[in-house]
Design a protein around this ligand. Structure first.
Ligand SMILES: Nc1ncnc2c1ncn2[C@@H]1O[C@H](COP(=O)(O)OP(=O)(O)OP(=O)(O)O)[C@@H](O)[C@H]1O
Length: 371
């Protein structure tokens, strides 16, 4: 990525000027060293409040260019609220503060008109339930065409060709016939492929996918996730994947960020974090879901079938002081109640825990910051 100022990247229309074509981007690979990938999106001190309660408080998270990053955590952790707030798509009752920079361009507080140009063109979004996201009374080809028309001034013929090309890219069968169908005439998996075609229509730099397969049959789920991996590799597109599934995260994402009660507990390369968790919450989440890692090397280290996390996730506003997980943590110490843990970065992984799991190897390159 070339180093240009945000002002230079932001053209007269408010679009971010591409510093490289998608073909110039390095393709994502789980083995690529993290330092090569510059951050595409930098999230700092992101706080999302609903009413008087903080739902999300993320101090630091980067989405590197061309990499796949997973946001994982139990139901109610704040994954969706966090992801939607990146583009100011959170519920109206929510307030967002902090900084979200896309290639240096600040998105928080950006006027809606300008942000609308970035939504869909620079950052695409795929939601959990395609049935409710698609317009039921508009043919699917037209819906893909609308996404193109919103951001590009091209002829109808060119757009029609691109619609067919996109439908092929997302592996929809017989695009010429299918484009004339309404959403209810398609299967759930086909509808999600249409949603993905809409989301990638303008070749975004980042795709946010909020549990894109959870509303689908098990067989179709794997196909949709494979499709996202292929598209992000082919287009050098970053992916922010929200998931509940550790196995999916481990096999398809370069990096993972573990969220609990809106707090970022641990982040780093997914195989480092999932294979040797340091935060007690990450450790508990893995022990509670051995089935998700049944086919991975981690399974060998899980000597018991199931070890549920004690208690239940509290509702918003009911989390304890200090570390939000401490009430359910079997390793909690006195300081866990008093203040936020120090954030420690050891090599490529960062975690915020007063009593972390011991390191498998002697720690090197340790940095500490106040929680
Ligand atoms: N519009 C809203 N009004 C009030 N509370 C909300 C609203 N949207 C989300 N919340 C609350 O914010 C918290 C985080 O919700 P969010 O949907 O981000 O969780 P999640 O981690 O994505 O969960 P899931 O995996 O079940 O989708 C939850 O406690 C939820 O009840």
């Amino acid at each position: 990525m070339t180093a240009t100022t945000p002002a230079a990247r932001q053209g007269a229309t408010g679009h971010i000027q591409r510093s490289a074509t998608p073909d110039d981007q390095p393709s994502a690979s789980l083995d690529r060293p993290q330092s090569i990938a510059a951050p595409l999106m930098e999230i700092r001190d992101l706080v999302v409040s609903i009413g008087e309660h903080q739902v999300v408080a993320i101090r630091e998270l980067d989405i590197p260019a061309g990499r796949r990053v997973a946001l994982i955590g139990e139901s109610g952790a704040g994954k969706t609220v966090a992801a939607l707030s990146l583009l100011d798509l959170q519920p109206r009752v929510a307030r967002v503060t902090g900084s979200v920079r896309l290639e240096g361009l600040e998105l928080i507080g950006m006027p809606d008109r300008q942000l609308n140009r970035i939504r869909g063109s620079e950052v695409g979004v795929v939601l959990q339930d395609p049935a409710s996201a698609l317009n039921p009374v508009m043919k699917v080809g037209r819906q893909i065409d609308e996404a193109l028309r919103m951001h590009h001034r091209t002829s109808r013929r060119e757009r029609r060709e691109r619609v067919l090309e996109l439908m092929e890219q997302v592996q929809l069968p017989d695009p010429e016939r299918l484009r004339r169908r309404f959403p209810h005439q398609l299967s759930g998996g086909q509808r999600q492929r249409v949603m993905i075609a809409i989301a990638i229509a303008c070749r975004p730099r980042l795709l946010i996918a909020d549990e894109p397969s959870s509303a689908l049959d098990v067989n179709v789920q794997a196909e949709i996730l494979d499709l996202l991996v292929r598209l992000s590799d082919e287009q050098g597109m970053s992916l922010l994947l929200i998931s509940h599934n550790l196995g999916v995260v481990r096999s398809m994402c370069d990096d993972v960020a573990v969220l609990y009660g809106g707090q970022l507990m641990e982040r780093g390369p997914s195989r480092v974090v999932v294979d040797q968790p340091r935060h007690r919450y990450t450790q508990a989440l893995i022990k509670a879901n051995p089935d998700q890692l049944a086919d991975s090397p981690v399974e060998r280290t899980l000597t018991h079938p199931l070890w549920p996390i004690p208690g239940e996730t509290p509702s918003v506003g009911q989390f304890p002081s200090g570390c939000h997980f401490r009430d359910r943590c079997t390793h909690a110490l006195d300081p866990c109640a008093d203040e936020l843990p120090i954030t420690r970065t050891v090599e490529t992984r960062t975690f915020s825990c007063w009593n972390p799991a011991p390191a498998a190897e002697p720690e090197a390159n340790v940095e500490e910051t106040a929680g």
